[in-house]
Structure formats: C-alpha cells, structure tokens
Ligand binder design. Structure first.
Ligand code: GTP
Ligand code: MG
Length: 320
C-alpha cells in the first residue's frame, strides 16, 4: 500500500477516505477519472486533477520501460477453453492481461464457452502457468460472471464439472454471478470487481455475457451512437485495467449485425465497432456447423495469424 499523503493536498483524513473508496495505491488513483475521484468526499474537481497528475508521476504511468513490460508479461498465464483446437489458435488458451471477445449469432456457443471457462478455472490441469505464479492461481481462484441476459445456468455448470471429474459445488462457490439489467448496472458491477479483490477474493476470471446487449437496447438511433460508444469505451477501459493490474482473464461475448456494406468480406460484424475492436486483444467469430460442431475464427489479432478451429458443444461441455 502506498503512502497517499505524499500526494498534493492529501492529508491523513483524505488519504483514509481514498483508501476506503478503494484507492489504495498510486496506480489506482492514476488510472481513475477526475469524475470518479470527486466522488470521494472532500475532493473537488480541481484537487482531483492535481492528485491524478501527481499519482501518474509517482508510478510513471504512460512511460513504462520495456524491461518493466517484459517483467509484467512474465506473469501471463493461460486457461484452457476445453478444446485443444481452440486453445491452439488462441496461442495456448485464454490469455491473462487481455480481453478475449466471442461474437456470433444466437446459439453459436458464446454462453457455453463462458460457462466452461468458470469450470476450467477450478481445474488445475487446465491452468497453464509458470511455477512463479501457479501458487497464486491455485489459491482459490474465483470468477465473476456479469450476466446481462439472464442465461447463467448453475445446473449447466454442475453438468460440465461432472464431465471432467471436478466438484461442481466448488465451481459455484467460486463463481460470483451478477445479473445486470441495464448498462449502468453492468458498468458498476465491472467497477466493483476491485472491491471483491480488496476483500481478499482471488479473482482471476471476469466474464461479461453479453457485452453489448444492454447498450444496444438503451442507445438506439444515430443520435445516441456517440454516447453509447463513449460509455462502451469506458466499460472496456475498466475491464482492461482489471486484466492488467490483477493479471485476470477477461472474456466478453458479443452479438453480430449485418454489415450494410457487405459487398466484399464477411456479411456480419461484431457490435461496438472500433471501440470494442481496439480494446479486445483476441477477437473470435463463432459459427454453427453440422450438429454439435462449431467453428471459431480468430481475426484482427495483433500478434497471431488469422486462424480457424473446430470444436464441439455437447452435454459434456466444450471439447474437440
Ligand atoms: P445467444 O446468447 O442467444 O446469442 O447465444 P449463445 O451464443 O450464447 O449460445 P449458447 O452458448 O447459449 O449456445 C446454445 C447452444 O449450445 C444450444 O443450441 C446447444 O446446441 C448447445 N447446448 C447448450 N446446452 C447444452 C447441453 O446441455 N447439452 C448439449 N448437448 N448442448 C447444449
Ligand atoms: Mg448467450
């Protein structure tokens, strides 16, 4: 924990209030917005700007040395999706410190993949990590499932867990589910993940299923597009911050819409445009194939080639 009284205009009592609000170190303050900080009692807009500026300097935010990034990347770990084929196109499974997006039509398997990830987190053999962080990952890792469509099914978790021989009750114990009925709740739940972490929960997986459905219904029409994108950008920033600071895996699901200019290229695209596109490191399209088969297509990844994988969804869950 940093000594917050080193910040300009912050005395012991303001420092205490900041800590109570979850701002326990310079990094958290440096990455907060002015508006967020003014929600702490006694901090004016002007003071907030000064505090954030100082906090940024304290942690040299924005200018990390290449060696520091290399150091941070040493902690990256992977979680198996359940399918070796799918793991392989992702470079070894879901990757921490980044956001993985699954887009696809209804029934393409987005929610099933999200359920399977919660189950796999409780299966040590499905966690791929170096020894230096394995202990932390195996210390009661927990998942947060932000459910905007009411499709989280504990029964399905039990079924998937049984199929791989792990205790389904334990998976449910270690999965926090939050039902978000609108975009404000959805954003708040994401912001509050940090509180769970501060309470001592070892949150390692964060799921938002679906990322865009609330935004899509609330902000309709061209006139609302800018506001929608701005909010979505903030939501993505929150998720990215959590992934980076706490070395979490973040999975978001997304719907697809017809491309109006689909003369060349695919006829469908993920919702959310560039905002979602730039914030997600791994983007996949899911397509139904014959029977229980599904095709996942990785695209637009900065360091992996576009690739396809076939997997299946059966009563056992996600597998090859
Ligand atoms: P939307 O949220 O509607 O956009 O779809 P989604 O992409 O989230 O689809 P979801 O993950 O809910 O996939 C539903 C499909 O998974 C079903 O159509 C089934 O094919 C398959 N599925 C779901 N549960 C089971 C199950 O218990 N057994 C089997 N065999 N298949 C299942
Ligand atoms: Mg779904």
């Amino acid at each position: 924990m940093d000594d917050l009284t080193e910040l300009p205009g912050v005395g012991p009592s303001t420092a205490e209030k900041l800590r109570e609000a979850g701002y326990t170190d310079f990094m958290k303050i440096a990455t907060a917005s002015i508006k967020e900080l003014t929600e702490v009692e006694g901090i004016s807009e002007k003071a907030a700007a000064k505090i954030i500026e100082a906090a940024k300097k304290m942690c040299e935010l924005g200018f990390k040395k290449g060696t520091d990034i290399l150091e941070q990347r040493k902690y990256i770990w992977h979680l198996s999706t359940g399918s070796k084929n799918l793991d392989s196109i992702l470079g070894g499974g879901f990757e921490s410190q980044s956001i993985t997006e699954f887009a696809g039509a209804f029934g393409s398997g987005k929610t099933q993949i999200a359920h399977q990830a919660c189950v796999n987190l409780q299966c040590p053999e499905r966690i791929i990590a170096d020894d230096n962080i394995k202990d932390d990952l195996l210390n009661e890792p927990k998942a947060v499932y932000i459910d905007t469509e009411g499709t989280f099914r504990p029964e399905r978790i039990l079924q998937m867990a049984e199929a791989i021989g792990i205790d389904g009750k334990k998976v449910l114990e270690n999965t926090f589910v939050a039902r978000a009925y609108n975009s404000d709740m959805q954003m708040l739940y994401a912001e509050n993940v940090e509180n769970l972490i501060n309470e001592g929960h070892n949150i390692k997986l964060i799921i938002v299923d679906s990322l865009t459905s609330t935004f899509r219904t609330e902000f309709t029409g061209m006139g609302k597009l800018a506001e929608r994108q701005q909010k979505l950008a903030r939501h993505m920033a929150t998720l990215n911050k959590l992934a980076d600071i706490y070395n979490c895996i973040v999975i978001v699901t997304n719907q697809v819409a017809a491309r109006p200019d689909a003369f060349f290229g695919p006829a469908e695209q993920a919702i959310g445009g560039n905002i979602v596109g730039h914030a997600a490191t791994f983007r996949l399209f899911l397509k139904k194939a014959k029977g229980d088969k599904r095709i996942a297509k990785l695209y637009d990844s900065p360091h992996l080639p576009d690739a396809e994988a076939t997997f299946r969804i059966t009563e056992k869950g996600i597998h090859d």
